[in-house]
Design a protein around this ligand. Structure first.
Ligand code: SLL
Length: 222
């Protein structure tokens, strides 16, 4: 086994993502001869990192969007960002968004995160948000791709720039049976520990920086 595919034990990294769809009523001027007459909406289904500037391309080879069978070639493949598909249609259905990782790298990925199901929305669905006059609909959800015990390679990709994600330690397996703490809470707590350490280090860093500046100032005054 090469060192880069070695797994890092007891560590997880979460990649925050947004996925979902936007839809608008299909404007008459947007229709072409090819647009079926029964199509009422134009929509875009997508998945993207929730962090600005975050680059998933070192991990993701392609993203496939599986549309309803009423569509011609329902499996649409997108090889580079933006990972999205724009179409017209008349009905709502479930889109299967599948992330395909580069070979070798996929060893570090938790399989349950390979697929995301998104119920395409064309019509207003949230009673709290009255329908917009232009019929725009946005259905955007947040999720995290969890890389449990990632390989060294995946770890390096996710924690170095521009991603800069913070890894966190998985909770102690022996404590996972405790009745009153859920495992995800334990993981949250371990995650917080990492953030606290990071903040402490930053404070120390700033303190040293300040000391250096003070000394420089004194030297200049002498
Ligand atoms: C429904 N179960 O009955 C859903 C199916 C299918 C949506 C929705 C256009 C396909 C095409 C289209 O909007 N299909 O004409 O290419 O509501």
């Amino acid at each position: 086994m090469s060192s880069s595919s070695k797994r890092i034990k007891n560590v997880s990294i979460s990649v925050p993502v947004y996925y979902g769809n936007h839809a608008v009523k299909l404007a008459p001027e947007k229709r072409t001869e090819k647009t079926p007459v029964d199509h009422t909406h134009e929509w875009t289904v997508f998945i993207k990192p929730a962090i600005e500037g975050f680059d998933l391309t070192p991990l993701i080879k392609k993203v496939t969007f599986k549309l309803h069978e009423t569509y011609e070639s329902p499996v649409r493949t997108v090889e580079r960002p933006p990972y999205q598909v724009t179409e017209t249609g008349w009905g709502e259905f479930e889109v299967i968004i599948k992330l395909h990782f580069h070979a070798g790298v996929e060893l570090g990925i938790n399989e349950k995160n390979f697929q995301i199901f998104h119920g395409l929305k064309l019509h207003p669905f949230n009673p709290q948000h009255p329908p917009k006059p232009n019929g725009e609909v946005h259905s955007v959800l947040y999720d995290e791709l969890v890389f449990s015990e990632p390989t060294e390679k995946v770890f390096e990709i996710l924690t170095s720039k521009p991603s800069n994600l913070l890894p966190y330690k998985l909770s102690d397996p022996s404590k996972r049976d405790q009745e009153y703490l859920r495992t995800d809470e334990l993981d949250e707590l371990s995650k917080l520990d990492v953030y606290i350490e990071q903040v402490k280090a930053e404070i120390e860093n700033q303190r040293n920086l300040y000391k250096d500046l003070e000394q420089e100032k004194l030297a200049l005054l002498q």
